[in-house]
Structures are given as C-alpha cells and as structure tokens.
Design a protein around this ligand. Structure first.
Ligand code: SF4
Ligand code: SF4
Length: 165
C-alpha cells in the first residue's frame, strides 16, 4: 500500500478531556476525536477503525494531512519515519506506540503557549470553570485511561507535556 502507516494499526495518541473523556488519534500529528474513557477500546474504537478502513482502501484521509503535506513538499514525514522504525508492513492491530500527553500542570506561561497546554496560562487568564470544561481542562478526579490499554507489546513511548517533564 503506497499510503501504509504503521501508526494506523499500532499507534495511539491520548490526552484526557475533563474527568470522563479522552482525546485519541493514531499519533499526535493526526486529527484527534473525543471518546468516553469508560468503554475505550484500542481495537474497536470508531474513530481509529474508520481511519484503518480508509487506509486499507488505499485512501489518504484528511486527518493525516500533515504527513501528506510533508511528503508533497519533499520532507520526511512521520509516517515514513515510523515505517523505518517498525520495519514492517503488518496491519495487525496491536498497540506498539503511545504518544501520551502526560500532564497539563505547568508552572510556566510561555508567550507562544495557551491554557490548553499550561495550567498557569489558565490561572493568568482567570479562566472560569465553564471555559475550562469547554477546552477539556476541568479536572476534578482521576481519568485513568491507561488502565484501558494493553501495554505489553509497546515498542515506543512518547511523553508529551513540555517543560514540567
Ligand atoms: S498523521 Fe502520519 S504518522 Fe500519524 S497516523 Fe497519520 S499517516 Fe500515520
Ligand atoms: S513550559 Fe511548555 S507547557 Fe509550559 S507554558 Fe511553556 S510551552 Fe507551555
């Protein structure tokens, strides 16, 4: 398949959305979708399955435009780097790569950042409860999505979370 990407079958980006949902995508560069945490399943999730189906049909879904654009411009895309990393054309669905948006808590408010990525920006801007909830950052309880994942075959882990990490 000329559009093959191992992340479509093996990759997961995940970030919490308030206390009961998560944002998910095959990788952090692909457009994400919100889904309830409680019944998340890496193999059967609708958004991930829809992308897998399109890739299986040889399509290039718009959610992955960053890769297609990079390749059109002659740059090496994440897709191409991941083909090299996994060294396979396997389409078995098995979690092998996790992009984990680990934390929102940040004690900096860098000029180019925003309240979605930095808790201090949310404080500086005096963002209210309703606005926080509208950007998925109203956190009052655990949102233990990692418990939903089989990590036994993981080959690559990418912690996102900027300076606090
Ligand atoms: S954005 Fe690129 S690397 Fe990520 S899943 Fe899509 S094609 Fe693969
Ligand atoms: S350290 Fe990172 S997360 Fe924190 S404000 Fe700066 S850019 Fe944003």
């Amino acid at each position: 398949m000329s559009n093959y990407c191992p992340e479509i079958y093996k990759g997961l980006f995940v970030d919490r959305w308030n206390d009961d949902h998560i944002k998910i995508a095959p990788c952090c560069q692909s457009v994400n979708a919100k889904t309830p945490t409680v019944d998340f399943n890496f193999k059967t999730n609708k958004h991930l399955q829809n992308l897998r189906k399109q890739f299986n049909q040889g399509k290039k879904p718009k959610e992955c435009n960053r890769c297609w654009k990079d390749e059109d411009l002659g740059r090496i895309s994440r897709r191409q780097r991941m083909i090299e990393f996994f060294d396979t054309d396997d389409t078995a669905i098995e979690l092998g790569s996790l992009d984990h948006n680990a934390t929102w808590a940040c004690n900096s408010a860098c000029i180019m950042c925003n309240p979605i990525d930095s808790s201090l920006w949310a404080v500086e801007l005096k963002i209210k409860k309703e606005q926080l909830a509208s950007i998925g950052r109203y956190h009052r309880a655990d949102n233990t999505f990692l418990d939903k994942l089989d990590l036994s075959k993981l080959q690559k882990l990418h912690f996102k979370g900027c300076e606090p990490l």
